[in-house]
Write a protein that binds this ligand. Sequence first.
Ligand SMILES: [Zn+2]
Length: 257
Amino acid sequence: MNSLVKQSKLLNQKPVVVNNMNVSKPPQGEVTLLSYDETTTLFHEFGHAIHGLLSDVTYPRVSGTAVQRDFVEFPSQVNEMWILWPEVLDNYAIHYQTGERLPQAWVDKLHESATFNEGHATTSYLSAAVLDLAWHSLDGSQEITSVEEFEKNAIRDYGLHYSPVPTRYRSTYFSHIFAGGYSAGYYGYIWSEVLDADTVEWFKENGGLNRKNGDHFRKALMSRGGSVDSMQMFRNFRGRDAEIEPLLRRRGLLHND
Ligand SMILES: [Zn+2]
């Protein structure tokens, strides 16, 4: 997603946003079809696009996706949730030759397989996120003599050290820590997902996809860009602070489910 013109009342500008996507080239003579992964990316980037398009703020500096770093993936991750939503599936998941809708049994399988290996995926991601935070929390007075020791301690401090599953990212090549622009912000993906999963719960509790719910989401959050503090926007939408249970449930990490 790229924003060509930022919405702003100050400059009387409407937003111009583009989504560009690279997809696999089909064999000669065949149509272009999207894989499930590509479809996920499409929905994700379209979520950023909607965030830009619904912007209704005065100043260009806080327009659309110009929000706090650990909040920017939240609207796009919310948009991913519609991929398997029944009414949305009816609209787009149609066999290109027969017109048949994606069979429900396949949809169920996709739901079931979503939690496969989540224990490992979540802990390996968290290890990387806390390592990123640990490096950027140094105040300059500590002298690090062993990178390996530093890593081990940082991860152990969070209870994530587990020798059968060593950390996947190491400081020496984990580019997000220093060179990738994250600089202590790598945790933002799962933090956005805490907000995202809790938002899905809200839609479910309130009757799903309908105009009223969409308007509330738009008014409280999607149109505000970075003009309101992120957590305040979330509270204005949800009516309370975010809770972690929806994320744990989605990832299959809650015992009693
Ligand atoms: Zn994104």
